[in-house]
Design a protein around this ligand. Sequence first.
Ligand code: NAG
Ligand code: NAG
Ligand code: NAG
Ligand code: NAG
Ligand code: NAG
Ligand code: NAG
Length: 426
Amino acid sequence: MLSTLVLPLFALSVVSANPFAAHSNTAAHSIAARSIAARSTTPIAAAWYAGWHATEGFPLSSISWEKYNTLYYSFAETTQDVTNLSLVGSDGELLPQFVSEAHAHGVEAHVAVGGWTGSIWFSSNLATAKNRTAFVQTVAKFASQYNLDGIQFDWEYPNHQGIGCNTLSANDTANFLAFLQELRRNPVAAKLTLSAAVSLVPFNDATGNPSPDVSGFAKVLDYIAVMNYDVWGSWLQNVGPNSPLNDTCTTSAQQQGSGVSAVKAWTNAGMPVNKIVLGVPAYGHSFAVAPSDAFAPGKKELVAYPSFNASNQPLGDTWDNTGSVDACGVYEGPGGSFDFWGLIDGGFLTKEGKVAGGIYYRYDTCSQTPYVYNETSQIMVSFDNVESYAAKGKYIKNTGLRGFAMWEAGGDYNNMLLDSIINAAR
Ligand SMILES: *[C@@H]1O[C@H](CO)[C@@H](O)[C@H](O)[C@H]1NC(C)=O
Ligand SMILES: *[C@@H]1O[C@H](CO)[C@@H](O)[C@H](O)[C@H]1NC(C)=O
Ligand SMILES: *[C@@H]1O[C@H](CO)[C@@H](O)[C@H](O)[C@H]1NC(C)=O
Ligand SMILES: *[C@@H]1O[C@H](CO)[C@@H](O)[C@H](O)[C@H]1NC(C)=O
Ligand SMILES: *[C@@H]1O[C@H](CO)[C@@H](O)[C@H](O)[C@H]1NC(C)=O
Ligand SMILES: *[C@@H]1O[C@H](CO)[C@@H](O)[C@H](O)[C@H]1NC(C)=O
């Protein structure tokens, strides 16, 4: 049985791409059996499912379950109370149904804990031995209660401020490791697939710099998912790639990190390459760019890294936040993100995912990502398409990475991105 379970996912056809599917009606299809498979080198074909989009056009029935072997329900948020994980922002009533649907399709059902708005209390929840023990109990109980196959820790970020009001400590990374080691000793959690969603560089150590040694994490985590997105956005001075595959081929001023640099940073710190999953975005960032900045002088050719008007953030698609008070109580304007389907809705792309008539296009050869530009609305979007997903899939295969995880399942259109990365990584 094990030999079947460890068959490379990408060797199977796209329509029956699930290595667990054949076992879904057998007794062997238990949490334990699936976790053994996961703790081997089974390639990961995963996506995050944003619970709050269930009622905004992406119900559970829209998930292409057969193309994945793991889905992460997002998010269970940390709270001030170490005994409580909150599903308040994520349609918690849907979680049991998510888990049973996943299991019916032979897919591992995980919950992602934390996220951008849900990481506020990680540091305090893990700060002392007493709190870590309590949080181990909380996580194990939560996993049992919902019959989960895995937990992903999406702490943004240990000893590095994220949203702005996170509790924070110089000891965060050491405490995180101590917590994971204790969690692994818990009889429930020992059987779970444990992963972490991480930034492009290793967790900050007590000096505030990326840890030179994360080998301890490699022992307790099944894998990490590198969030290779939001690398460039409105917080920088120029339009740049949301999700650069590479940046070692560009000038140092344009090196904000990439898939290539992240894999180098994590492997140099002791994370095995086959424990690294590439996080890929099914969305892009928009910018207000004047035609005089967008085009090369005298030509209608898009230039690289143009400047943009930061006081005029365009609104993205219908899932974009139009502006609201965040979890820290601070007002945030529109995010400006366009899902892949949103670019089609917004007239940038055709229903085939090709560039629409009247839209300018540029494919950057170093980051291996595309840009579209509407001269009339003066909106430029840095995003990912079938071609950039194929480049990422090929990189996963050639480098021996563990697989991919897409933010978010509901961002794709007719599985165009998903099929592209699966085919290329196969
Ligand atoms: C857990 O925290 C959430 C969010 O703060 C709250 O709504 C919920 O009532 C809490 N649950 C328990 C059992 O304390
Ligand atoms: C431990 O957790 C409790 C909440 O459950 C919190 O009040 C306390 O501040 C935490 N300890 C530290 C040192 O952060
Ligand atoms: C970090 O942990 C050490 C013990 O390991 C402790 O002495 C120190 O007070 C902690 N620092 C903070 C900021 O919590
Ligand atoms: C990244 O760029 C470097 C430098 O040009 C090149 O050697 C390498 O092959 C590139 N890697 C990928 C995956 O594109
Ligand atoms: C930038 O956008 C703001 C808000 O729309 C506008 O008032 C301003 O004139 C723009 N600046 C430039 C240089 O176009
Ligand atoms: C470009 O933007 C303008 C103004 O918003 C809009 O009317 C037009 O349809 C857009 N072009 C395309 C090809 O979508």
